[in-house]
Design a protein around this ligand. Sequence first.
Ligand code: FAD
Length: 416
Amino acid sequence: MQWGDDVQHFDCLIVGGGHAGAQAAILLRQLKYEGSVGLIGDEPEFPYERPPLSKDYLAGEKAFERILLRPPSFWTDQSISLFLGERVKTINPADHQVVTAKGTAFTYGKLIWAGGGSARRLSCPGSTAKGLFTVRSRADVDGLMATLPKAERYAIVGGGYIGLEAAAVLSKLGKQVTLLEAQERLLARVAGPELSDFFAAEHRAHGVDVRLAAAVEAIETNESGQATGVKLADGEVIPADAVIVGIGIVPETGPLILAGASGGNGVDVDQYCETSLPDVYAIGDCAAHENRFAAGRRMRLESVQNANDQARTAVQHIMGNPAPYEAVPWFWSNQYDLRLQTIGLSIEYDECIVRGDPASRSFSVVYLRQGQVIALDCVNRTKDYVQGRAHVLAGSRLDRAQLSDAEIPLKEVGLA
Ligand code: FAD
């Protein structure tokens, strides 16, 4: 089918200007892709890093210009056409066409979907009140930062990494912070109890009121619709001038699924990041893939590592040099003066061994499945993180007594 002059064609069209989409565009050019490259992103900013949003950007320690993934001139210099502030609404896979909410139409040779996810919102009474903030985009965090001069009491709903990082920043800024976690422990979805207990103690020592098994029933509001507190299931009301909601994301896959791509929690992709639609790839937070480090289980990973490595997988496939996605997962989080580094995935671990004393604020948790090392959480222990990688890759079976001795470097621990 022929399209009129008003329809722009790109040999490779990318949807989503976050880590994954931007990295795909950057890699196409680095690997000397000669076709035309377009990137459509619904945020108005040039592509930027998200991790600082809950860390040094929120703390006011890093200006926005310093978290841009590339300087603004990079994109034109590299002949990458950016369409910012445009949201893709529909995909027509048969015609290789996408149309944005503004009605702009594009055709593509290959399409890389990198829509990421949007912050999950509360669904309880009062959840649309003023004074509720999510932490996903620059706009979200700028809104939150605007409350800093006046607000003193912050309630944070969600004890995952984003909630904990925000709690660390706000308490360092002298705010009164209450952190509400519905589960019995923090980080329950991603880490073992040793790490949960450690972070709960750290936050309490910094003055954060950490509440576990705290189910939110409603957001209390005043007559002008402003949030004034969080009501818990037991009837207690936590007074708050602002409420932060950090309860995960909903993958952004709507147009793809409507177009017939298979998926559920995300878009299903194969080992080359191909979706079930012809010439359409999906990468990053929205891509449900079978991960070798999760015993082949289909999952989405929400990390910079996964965004970057899946971008490489898709780009290599497009350029006729395919290599399956097998990258070892890694992640980090900064809270106070603590640097957590994670390698591997602790999913379905059946044993964990602690190296070092958590009270010393430098220790690692090694996760085993059927005796094999599958992951490490390392707090202020970068050497374990670096040396543990080889064990995760090999699925090493290590001598448990040596493994628990923090004096023995991981690379010297003998086999079981
Ligand atoms: P995103 O970065 O979400 O980008 C997707 C983009 O696509 C967005 O700009 C979105 O607006 C756009 N989009 C969506 N739908 C459409 C559409 N229909 N049309 C056009 N555009 C669309 N990871 C770590 O590894 N370490 C950390 O310390 C860490 N800290 C984090 C802190 C915060 C506050 C957040 C929010 C995330 C953090 N992450 C961290 C996770 C990491 O940032 C994400 O995994 C990564 O950004 C995923 O990249 P992505 O491109 O898949 O998605």
